[in-house]
Design a protein around this ligand. Sequence first.
Ligand code: ADP
Ligand code: MG
Length: 333
Amino acid sequence: AGIGLASKKGIVIKGANYLDSLCKIGTVFLDKTGTLTYGNFDVGKVVPIGMSEDQFMKYLLAAESRSDHPIAKAICLHKNISSIALAQKHYEEIPGQGVKTEYMSHIILAGNALLLQSNKVKFDEINAAGTPIYLAVDGRYAGYVLLKDVVRDKAKLLIKKLDELGIKTVLLSGDKIETVSEVANEVGIKEFYAKLLPQDKTKFVEEAIAKRNDKNLIAFAGDGINDTPSIIRADVGFAMGGIGSDMAVENADVVIMQDHPLKIYDSIQIARKTRAVAIFNIVFSLFVKLTVITLILLGVLGQAGMLVAVLADTGLTVLLTLHSLSLIYRKIK
Ligand code: ADP
Ligand code: MG
């Protein structure tokens, strides 16, 4: 019934054991792009260096045309990319960094500062608000585009509500520190880490798991392919069902449909309600049975003993089953 209630609210919980774990979450690690933000980037400024804007966009589209990353989707939105996508060789996506590809005999890099640094391309880092995507062609810096993302509706409320439950929240992101701290401030997360590679995110989760106890489990909420290792490692892995990559959704324990961040809180509340009903049912049935046994042994019930015993057994089973089923009609606040 608890899982049924969750599905009605657009939350897919992949097993009753996760209902148990959900009740015991002590820390939630959250990804930024796509999880706390919409991941629908607006392409703002385009700054080509040493080439025309047309040329710049052609190279950038070539690199991004085959990627599923929200950034790539935003850059390619409404553009005709099918022929460009087909013309590529040695396409490679570097998680948490960007894309490397060969297009019309040019080696193209598109991604964050780390990508260019690790390929030894000289460039000037941009400190403006937003997420810059740098482009390099044949090892030479070719400019950048500045993308802007928006924090999801109710993301702030999620952090506040988790706070009220005594659950710690930590923001983990592959983005640059300025953007991450801006989002963290906006939603009210005190602890945040930037410029993380997928394996760094997993390390945070693993270190937390090594230190946690049974009553303070570790959860991770993410959306991208790059979040999948952390989603798998966490005690409870949440994935955004809408924007999330297939890998993330497939490996998550709890999938949030429509990507509403507040549903992370709802799923915890549903799990807690389900456990409360289960505990009530067990305590109540034991109490009634022990009372009836005592009354019968004392001879208080006399002739009615048999009737009361049947009611206390079968009657109670029906009643408590109905009580469990009533969970499906509960409201979540
Ligand atoms: P987050 O942890 O915030 O969800 P990701 O780990 O998905 O972010 O990506 C981290 C950074 O890597 C992005 O901010 C972006 O700069 C860069 N990046 C990743 N994939 C791509 C891509 N396909 N094209 C361009 N840049 C990318
Ligand atoms: Mg993400």
